[in-house]
Design a protein around this ligand. Structure first.
Ligand code: CO
Length: 444
């Protein structure tokens, strides 16, 4: 007989961060995010992703909106909901490593401004790049979630993902996320991976997937069946395709299967109505197509990468080279040790592949590619191409220590340089030094 105690599944609605990022290029302003947040507040969701990822960059660079105020205001609108941010390990919310003391200051400030859960990932899945953030999150008494990037390659097996999760658990994370940023995980693999993780680690498991290939909802359901503890979803107007499984329909389905989500479907529907009105305000930022595109099952090139590449080539009048570049991407990825395609590695792989096609293979090795080959981003999932590595090292030794060990402390100098500013303001200067002056000028 089935037990009376219904299995609890915690719903994280991620409309306000990844939903906005996936559908309207992160352009939604705080006042509009708040319209949705106020409705979500009473819907019974356990968590909401509100911050991090591209939001900080877009706030500073384009919206000229105070990113810290955004974190505070969204927490203020949803005080009972766990507010989550996506943090790129030692890269914080930018594209290269910061000194440990800057990482600590950033985490303190984020916590102070309302972030409860820190989802930490590293583009290389080198867990040494998670360490400082994990320690800093612990120090402020918040929840650390270590993410394992899901990707497909000859070296990425269930065992490899599980061993990464174990490493993260050993380093002290409170929960583990499967981060399927490109919507490539299929329902069978999801079941297998979540079941294996439930056996191998003692902390809760959280699934993050997209619906690019149309498998998001199936994978979410199989994750639940395998004992997954938390699942990311977005409100219906942002769901599907480049977005994520739909909050309302997953809640409805899980309840029918006998799981408990504590969500109120009527309230969620009201939040979805608000989200629909908001999305319509940002139609100029919509991609030409954001539905399901199952080509990725064959090309394994994420949808976001595809659309960026297409628009870049269009600008350069070189759209006719697209097919060649698509063929070159997996070759570059192999040379670079089968790194997952996620920010910033996806940009590195795509730029190098474009150079290779336009100018000849590795006639030019981009700076970022060279740094990756030198080990400056950390250890790659498989060894990099030795010949290329030799070429960029020019007799030097590759980096084998945790990359941030090589970055001297920066906070003291920053403090001295900006004696009048708050930690939050200094962090904007530290993270986006080129954009900060324009940002502060515009804020005046
Ligand atoms: Co995502």
């Amino acid at each position: 007989m089935a037990s009376d105690k219904r299995k609890q599944i915690k719903i994280f609605d991620i409309t306000l961060r990844d939903g906005s990022q996936s559908k309207v290029a992160t352009r939604i302003k705080l006042e509009d995010l708040l319209k949705v947040a106020r409705k979500l507040a009473e819907s019974g969701i356990y968590g909401a992703e509100t911050w991090g990822g591209a939001t900080f960059d877009v706030c500073v660079r384009y919206l000229r909106e105070d990113p810290w105020e955004r974190a505070r205001a969204l927490k203020g609108a949803m005080p009972k909901v766990k507010n989550m941010m996506l943090i790129r390990g030692q890269n914080l919310v930018a594209y290269s490593n910061f000194a440990d003391d800057v990482v600590e200051k950033f985490v303190e400030a984020a916590a102070r401004n309302g972030i409860d859960v820190f989802r930490i990932f590293d583009a290389l899945d080198d867990t040494r790049n998670h360490e400082t953030v994990i320690r800093a999150v612990k120090a402020v008494g918040k929840t650390s979630e270590g993410a394992v990037c899901y990707t497909i390659s000859p070296v990425h097996t269930i065992e490899k993902f599980v061993s990464k999760a174990r490493e993260l658990e050993d380093k002290g994370v409170d929960q583990i996320a499967i981060k399927d940023m490109a919507g490539l995980i299929d329902p069978w693999t999801t079941f297998k991976l979540v079941s294996s993780l439930k056996k191998a680690v003692g902390v809760p498991i959280h699934l993050h997937t997209h619906d690019n290939c149309g498998m998001g909802m199936m994978s979410a359901l199989k994750a639940a069946e395998a004992g997954c503890d938390m699942i990311d979803t977005v409100l219906s107007p942002f769901s599907g395709g480049t977005g994520h499984p739909c909050t309302e329909s997953l809640v409805f389905s899980l309840e029918r299967f006998g799981y408990e989500t504590n969500c109120n479907l009527k309230r969620l529907t009201e939040a979805a109505e608000a989200a629909k009105v908001v999305r319509a305000l940002y139609s100029e930022f919509e991609a030409p197509y954001s539905g399901v595109d199952a080509r990725m099952l064959v090309t394994q090139i994420p949808g976001g990468v595809m659309s960026n590449l297409t628009s870049q080539l269009k600008q350069q009048n070189a759209l006719d080279r697209l097919e060649e570049i698509l063929k070159e991407i997996p070759r570059v990825r192999e040379d670079l040790g089968y790194i997952p395609l996620v920010t910033p590695t996806s940009q590195i792989v795509v730029s190098q592949a474009t150079f290779n096609v336009m100018l000849g293979r590795y006639k030019i090795i981009a700076n970022h590619t060279a740094n990756l080959l030198k080990g400056m981003y950390g250890e790659t999932p498989a060894p990099v191409n030795k010949e290329l590595q030799k070429k960029v090292l020019k007799g030097e030794q590759p980096v084998t220590v945790r990359p941030a060990e090589l970055i001297p402390p920066m906070w003291g100098e920053l403090r001295n340089k900006f004696p009048e500013l708050s930690d939050e303001e200094i962090l904007i200067h530290a993270i986006f030094p080129h954009e900060a002056p324009g940002y502060f000028e515009a804020r005046k």
